[in-house]
Design a protein around this ligand. Structure first.
Ligand SMILES: CC(C)(COP(=O)(O)OP(=O)(O)OC[C@H]1O[C@@H](n2cnc3c(N)ncnc32)[C@H](O)[C@@H]1OP(=O)(O)O)[C@@H](O)C(=O)NCCC(=O)NCCS
Length: 338
């Protein structure tokens, strides 16, 4: 395209207003459409609150906007993990399809990389959907996907699911007669469950990682509280199905689904993990089938769920395929090479 004249401004995410967030969200929508991806883009309020609250009640560490006069051309945010992986930075941004190939992306990435390096971060990650401009652009900007993972995004169409399917799959996985009982929690974790929730959240550390150099997530009660507060502030209703072994009372697994109350049509499947000692008892299928029975009943306006899995995560993928989920996109991880 013809040269774009633009300026880049850094913004305190807490100063972001809804009008700008709406325009950022519109760019994200246009970007997915340009790549032919049928994925949910955030609406303005989702964008605003996710930049301000993240997943631990803290704003993103850096936010830049590219503008041509009053026109917003692109945006980029940087997160600097602080509980673990403190040598890492994550970049996430989009340039409006009509303003691409004019240097906007390079300028945004350059600011973000400089800030990440000044903050002492040596591992700088980004990602892009296969088939989108992001893949060649990240390569051109010095990022590489070598040795890193690909995530497949799978969708389950709840409204097209055959009647009674979730009950049948729940029974197939052991149902009420099995050795595990299921407990439902909606919204923030009750205080008396916090310690157990730490154990259950930490079980995700057994899942295959995008990068073998990545450290495990550190979970403690503060992190669970911060996560729950962030989700409540972002108007994401968190549905958790917890599995407990009947004989011992031991917590064995967790599956989580988030419904964005600003845009509830497509719910987002968060972690599903089974504690190592309880693997091999079909708990993944049991918890997920139960979640789908629950959600279909409680939230009939949720028409689909999307779930991201590393393509190496065979056990989880087998469960999702048994439920009837199909791949709708693939997301490639990239890391900046020195
Ligand atoms: C990644 C993205 C932000 C780049 O924005 P941009 O403004 O087009 O970036 P630039 O104009 O600075 O392009 C940098 C270089 O990338 C390469 N490039 C970009 N898009 C390309 C494409 N579709 N095909 C081949 N090369 C491409 C080119 O080498 C380009 O330089 P050139 O135009 O001078 O040849 C934009 O493609 C985008 O929004 N993609 C979707 C979101 C995404 O994947 N983000 C990942 C980054 S966090």
């Amino acid at each position: 395209m013809a040269a774009v004249t633009f300026d880049i401004v850094r913004l305190d995410p807490m100063e972001l207003d809804l009008d700008t967030a709406d325009r950022m969200a519109a760019i994200d929508r246009a970007s997915l459409d340009a790549a032919g991806l049928d994925l949910p883009a955030p609406v303005g309020p989702t964008k605003l609150t996710s930049l301000q609250l993240g997943s631990d009640s803290r704003p993103v560490d850096g936010l830049w906007l590219a503008r041509e006069g009053d026109l917003l051309l692109g945006h980029l945010a940087v997160e600097l993990p602080w509980r673990d992986n403190t040598d890492t930075a994550h970049l996430r941004g989009t340039v409006d399809p009509s303003a691409r190939r004019g240097g906007v992306g390079s300028a945004l990435v350059a600011r973000a990389v400089a800030m990440a390096r000044e903050s002492g971060r040596s591992k700088i990650y980004a990602g892009a959907f296969e088939g989108s401009d992001g893949v060649p652009a990240l390569r051109a900007l010095g990022f590489s996907s070598e040795g890193l993972g690909v995530n497949a995004v799978r969708r389950l169409d709840l409204h097209a699911a055959p009647d009674g399917i979730w009950d049948r799959l729940y029974d197939e996985a052991g149902g009420p007669a099995g050795g595990y009982e299921l407990v439902h929690v909606v919204g923030p974790t009750p205080e008396d469950l916090l310690d157990d929730m730490v154990t259950l959240h930490a079980a995700i550390n057994d899942a295959p990682l995008d990068d073998p150099e990545q450290e495990e997530d550190v979970w403690d009660t503060d992190r669970v509280r911060d996560y729950d507060r962030a989700m409540a502030g972002r108007r994401q209703t968190v549905y958790r199905v917890l599995a407990r072994q009947r004989d011992t009372g031991d917590w064995a697994g967790i599956s989580m689904l988030c419904v964005d109350e600003f845009a509830p049509a497509v719910a987002f499947q968060e972690d599903t993990s089974v504690v190592r000692a309880h693997r091999g008892h079909r708990l993944g299928l049991l918890m997920k089938a139960d979640m789908l029975r629950w959600i279909s009943h409680e939230r009939p306006e949720v028409s689909a769920t999307d779930t991201w899995n590393a393509t190496t995560n065979h056990h989880m993928i087998a469960v999702n395929e048994r439920l009837g989920a199909t791949v709708i996109a693939r997301h490639v991880s990239f890391r900046l090479r020195d």
